[in-house]
Design a protein around this ligand. Structure first.
Ligand SMILES: Cc1ncc(COP(=O)(O)O)c(C=O)c1O
Length: 443
């Protein structure tokens, strides 16, 4: 097959969708030009589209499918639950079971609360930090994606130029963001310790939390350096600021998530994606005293009331439990070893072709970049325009040759990914680089 093919069924469905859906879909992050691909079915690591083309899935619904598609234990758990109750204004034991499983694995998770997406989890983590500390502002790292809450979006689209010296400027992501939001969010420069210390000191009395991500997708899956994490931890202790860890993606790094791998002790964390077994999910987890903002006390309403018609819904709870219970330390190790295999395949491919490039990431997460800059500071990590154009051309080639990967050439593996799939990825990537060599970015 070739992508794009304007005669395809997918192209026709997209034309139809445009009559009723803005941009033809409900999710900016899956938009693909000139048209998105419509799916017929999926199983394990493979997806079949409506035109009969098959793809090896290296995106796994933006990292959320730990076991690929239609994993049998999840299917069975959901089928059994669907005949009992799907959504109800009662609580279920299934919610306690998933909470117990997650809290038993991560020692900073003394209490947990479920919602329906990572964006909601981040929103509630920031609100909980404000409610707990009584302080209005939050700090985050420039350029990091944390979902669609407008406070979390500040400085998401910063470029290397959006700085005064080493101080990142708060910028809005969407039109209409009130200026007041920009005044309440303090962006910090990734991995730049001295500048971060100075900024935090300046705002210390007003800061409720510093939010971090141990595996930031928008920073090409480059983790913060250990010395930067140690500095943030120290700053939080010194000024009574909460350390807030967004584990929506990084939780797939180990049995105790990114914080387990990096030996970090956040006060509060978010979860999403993998803990729902392929169904909509989010969660906020953390220290019992911090999480007590969700509890009514002395006949007063909670400091942070938190409703949600589908929070803790039993379908997500049983699916999440089936997905997470199937993982133990050894399974995470196997999955992470598959990630090492993929990274070495990509490195070999780049070396063989003599092309400037590198593969970032760890565990089952990876991103391919086409330059040899060191990846420590934000201005070096930002993907340049010519690199972005090359990635787009290469992605179209990969899609046309049966490899499905996200728009930013970042991906993730599942327990359904085999060595054969990974070797195929390396091979098609190499062929794609050669086919697109006219677009290779200047070194
Ligand atoms: C680090 C991080 N936080 C939050 C979110 C938002 O999660 P959701 O898409 O479930 O709202 C994402 C989504 O990709 C994410 O990567």
């Amino acid at each position: 097959m070739d992508y794009p093919n304007l005669e395809s069924k997918s192209a026709a469905l997209y034309r139809r969708a445009l009559n009723v859906l803005p941009d033809g879909n409900s999710r900016t992050t899956i938009a693909l030009k000139p048209y998105p691909i419509y799916i017929e079915s999926a199983s394990g690591a493979e997806v079949l589209d409506v035109d009969g083309n098959s793809y090896l899935d290296f995106n796994n619904n933006y990292t959320s499918l730990l076991h690929g598609h239609c994993y049998e234990p999840i299917r069975q758990a959901v089928e059994a639950q669907i005949t009992r109750a799907t959504a109800c204004s009662f609580t279920t034991e299934a919610e306690i079971e998933l909470a117990e499983l997650l809290c038993s694995r991560v020692d900073t998770f003394e209490r947990i609360r479920f919602c329906n997406s990572g964006s909601e989890a981040v929103m509630n983590m920031l609100k909980a930090s404000r409610a707990f500390t009584g302080r209005p502002k939050v700090a985050k790292i420039e350029g990091l994606y944390h979902g669609s809450y407008d406070f979390a979006e500040v400085s998401l689209k910063n470029t290397a130029e959006d700085r005064e010296g080493s101080v990142p400027i708060p910028t809005a992501y969407s039109f209409g963001t009130p200026d007041s939001v920009l005044e309440e969010v303090i962006p910090l420069p990734f991995n730049e310790i001295d500048a971060t210390e100075a900024i935090v000191k300046q705002h210390a009395d007003e800061l409720a939390c510093i939010m971090i991500d141990l595996m930031p997708q928008t920073l090409s899956m480059n983790s913060p350096s250990p010395d930067y994490l140690a500095a943030l931890t120290q700053l939080c202790k010194k000024y009574d600021i909460l350390l807030a860890c967004d584990e929506v993606i990084s939780f797939r790094l180990s049995l105790a998530g990114g914080q387990g791998m990096f030996d970090l002790k956040p006060d509060i964390s978010t979860l999403g994606k993998i803990i729902g077994g392929g169904f909509p999910v989010g969660a906020i987890a953390g220290r019992a005293d911090v999480m007590s903002v969700f509890e009514p006390k002395d006949n007063q309403s909670a400091r942070l009331p938190h409703g949600g018609t589908f929070n803790g819904n039993p379908i997500t709870m049983v699916a999440g439990k089936a997905a997470m219970a199937a993982m133990d330390e050894q399974k995470f190790e196997q999955l992470n070893t598959a990630g090492d295999h993929l990274r070495s395949q990509v490195t070999q491919t780049l070396e063989k072709l003599g092309v400037a490039g590198q593969v970032c990431g760890r565990g089952s997460l990876f991103a391919v970049r086409f330059h040899n800059r060191p990846m420590r500071r934000f201005p070096d990590i930002v993907v340049r325009e010519d690199e972005s154009l090359f990635i787009e051309k290469l992605r179209h080639y990969l899609i046309g040759h049966g490899i499905w990967i996200g728009a930013n050439m970042a991906g993730s593996l599942s327990t359904a990914t085999t060595d054969v799939h990974i070797e195929r990825f390396g091979q098609v990537l190499g062929e794609g680089i050669q086919a697109c060599e006219n677009f290779l970015p200047a070194a």
